[in-house]
Write a protein that binds this ligand. Structure first.
Ligand code: SF4
Length: 324
C-alpha cells in the first residue's frame, strides 16, 4: 500500500520552567490510505501530542516540534507556516474528531452553521450553499431529519448525536487523514458501537486514513488494522492487530493485554501493571519501562533498547528480543 502519512523520528518537547518534557521522543510510523492505525497507551504516553503534532498544533506556548518529519502524500508538513497549515492542511487534508464534543462545538451557533464553517472557509461550496452541503454531511453521519436538526443548537442534541456532528465537521472537506482522539470515551457502550460502525463506513466511503488514538484496547481491536503501543513518548511495539493481540512481544504490551478481563474465564482479580507511568520530567535511564518491568536487568537500567524487527511487520523495543 502507498503511504499516505509518514512520520519519521518525530520529537515534540515541552519547555517548562521546571525542565523539558519529551512528550514525543523519536516516534516513527506510516499509514496508508484507507488504513486504520491505533495509537494506544496509558494517559501521558504521548499519543495525543503525536496527533496534535501531525495537525501542526503542539500545545503552545510550551510545546514545540524539535525534530523529525511528517509527510502527507509526500509533502513535508514540519516547517510549514501557520497560514499554510490553516488554509491548506488543517480541516482540508487532515481533520480531527476529538474526545469531548461539548468542547469542540460552539454552544451559541447552530450545528448546521458549524458544519458549514469549514466548507465555507476552504471555498468548497462550488455552486451550492455551504449550508446545503452541511445538511448532506449531517445526513451522511446519520443525524435523523438533518434539514430540521441543522437549525438546532448543540445542547439540543444527545452526547452520541453531538459526536456525530463533530464527525460531520471533520469529514465536511473530505480530508485525506482523520485523527480520532478517544472519540468514544464519553459515549455509552451501545452508542460507542454505533459510532465505531459510523467511522468505519465513513472511512470505506472516503478512503481516508485513520489515526485512532485510544487507551481502550477493546475498541482498538475491533477498529484498527495495525496498532502502535506508546510508552513515555516512544513507540515500544507495533504490529498488525492480530499479531499484537495474539503474540505481544513487549512486556508493557503483555501487561496491558493481561489487564483486560477475559470472556468466560473465572478471575477473582484482574491483573495490573505494577507502579505508575514515569514522571515525564525525570524519565528513568535505560529502558523507560524498567521500574515496572518484571524482567528488568542491569542492562535495562543502563541502556535503552533499540527497535527490533521481529518479522511480519512486528517491531518491539526490548532487550529480551535481541536474539529472538
Ligand atoms: Fe523490560 Fe528490559 Fe525489555 Fe525494558 S528492555 S521492557 S526493562 S526486559
Amino acid at each position: 500500500m502507498d503511504k499516505l502519512l509518514s512520520v519519521d523520528g518525530l520529537k515534540t518537547h515541552f519547555f517548562l520552567k521546571r525542565g523539558v518534557v519529551k512528550a514525543v521522543d523519536g516516534v516513527s510510523f506510516a499509514l496508508a490510505a484507507g488504513e486504520t492505525l491505533g495509537l494506544i497507551g496509558e494517559s501521558g504516553s504521548g499519543k495525543t501530542v503525536t496527533g496534535l503534532s501531525i495537525l501542526g498544533l503542539p500545545p503552545r506556548p510550551a510545546g514545540r516540534i524539535v525534530a523529525g518529519s511528517i509527510r502527507l502524500d509526500g509533502v513535508e508538513l514540519v516547517g510549514l507556516s501557520e497560514r499554510t497549515l490553516a488554509s491548506e492542511i488543517r480541516g482540508r487534508k487532515i481533520a480531527m474528531i476529538s474526545q469531548d464534543p461539548m468542547s469542540s462545538l460552539n454552544p451559541v451557533f447552530t450545528v448546521g452553521s458549524q458544519v458549514a464553517a469549514p466548507i465555507r472557509a476552504h471555498g468548497l461550496a462550488r455552486g451550492r450553499s455551504a449550508m446545503d452541503l452541511a445538511i448532506d454531511e449531517l445526513a451522511r453521519v446519520r443525524v435523523p431529519s438533518a434539514t430540521e436538526r441543522a437549525g438546532n443548537y448543540p445542547h439540543q442534541f444527545s452526547g452520541g448525536m453531538r459526536q456525530r456532528v463533530v464527525a460531520a465537521m471533520a469529514i465536511a472537506c473530505k480530508p485525506r487523514l482523520l485523527i480520532a482522539d478517544e472519540p468514544t470515551s464519553a459515549l455509552d457502550v451501545t452508542i460507542q458501537v454505533q459510532f465505531m460502525d459510523l467511522i468505519e463506513s465513513i472511512q470505506a466511503e472516503t478512503g481516508a486514513g485513520l489515526l485512532f488514538v485510544t487507551h481502550d484496547l477493546g475498541v482498538a481491536a475491533s477498529l484498527c488494522h495495525r496498532i502502535a503501543v506508546m510508552y513515555a513518548g516512544q513507540i515500544v511495539e507495533s504490529a498488525d492487530v492480530r499479531t499484537l493481540y495474539a503474540n505481544p512481544a513487549h512486556p508493557y504490551t503483555q501487561g496491558l493485554l493481561e489487564s483486560l478481563p477475559k470472556l468466560g474465564a473465572r478471575q477473582s482479580r484482574l491483573s495490573s501493571i505494577k507502579g505508575t507511568p514515569p514522571d515525564p520530567l525525570s524519565l528513568p535511564d535505560g529502558c523507560a519501562f524498567h521500574p515496572r518491568c518484571p524482567h528488568a536487568t542491569d542492562r535495562c537500567r543502563q541502556q535503552a533498547p533499540p527497535s527490533i524487527d521481529l518479522g511480519d511487520g512486528q517491531r518491539a523495543s526490548c532487550w529480551l528480543l535481541e536474539n529472538a
